[in-house]
Design a protein around this ligand. Sequence first.
Ligand SMILES: Nc1ncnc2c1ncn2[C@@H]1O[C@H](COP(=O)(O)OP(=O)(O)OP(=O)(O)O)[C@@H](O)[C@H]1O
Ligand SMILES: [Mg+2]
Ligand SMILES: [Zn+2]
Length: 154
Amino acid sequence: MTKPEKTLVISPIQRGTVIDHITPGEGLTVINILGITRGTGVTVTVACNVESSRGGRKDLVKIADRELLKEEVDKIALVAPDATISIIRDYRVVDKKTVSVPQEIVGVITCPNPNCITNTKEPVPTRFAAQTRGFRCRYCDTVISLDKDIGNYI
Ligand SMILES: Nc1ncnc2c1ncn2[C@@H]1O[C@H](COP(=O)(O)OP(=O)(O)OP(=O)(O)O)[C@@H](O)[C@H]1O
Ligand SMILES: [Mg+2]
Ligand SMILES: [Zn+2]
């Protein structure tokens, strides 16, 4: 049998949000960021490590009847800097955005260093500087590498 020209990996949704071009392996992190756990009643489909039209592989998340908060989009950017976020209404893409990683991320990432001032009894908000493939704590210089599961620290 010949391979079909193009197939939809996941069936269309009438209304909701598509997060496409997620870094392979981070689709489930995105689900966690959105707080989707069992029992939430959210209709969500996840595709992991599928072929991307842009070449290479990607993860993909489609959520019915939900739009994302800015705070959620900003967290997704940290684990999937190439992600696109499309709003679907009436089966069509009505809005599509890329995500962006700010130069400084305040109060979102937890510093992995237990002795960091941000982890003491009177904590100060965390501040991380974005750098190539990772984030550096402004207080103790601990670096969380993007490849080393930033998802554990947000
Ligand atoms: N009704 C729908 N239900 C579910 N997903 C949809 C629907 N319409 C579009 N999508 C998905 O939304 C994303 C953005 O749609 P678009 O048509 O812009 O895709 P595209 O042309 O492949 O763009 P890109 O170059 O970003 O891959 C894609 O992942 C597409 O599969
Ligand atoms: Mg595409
Ligand atoms: Zn620190």
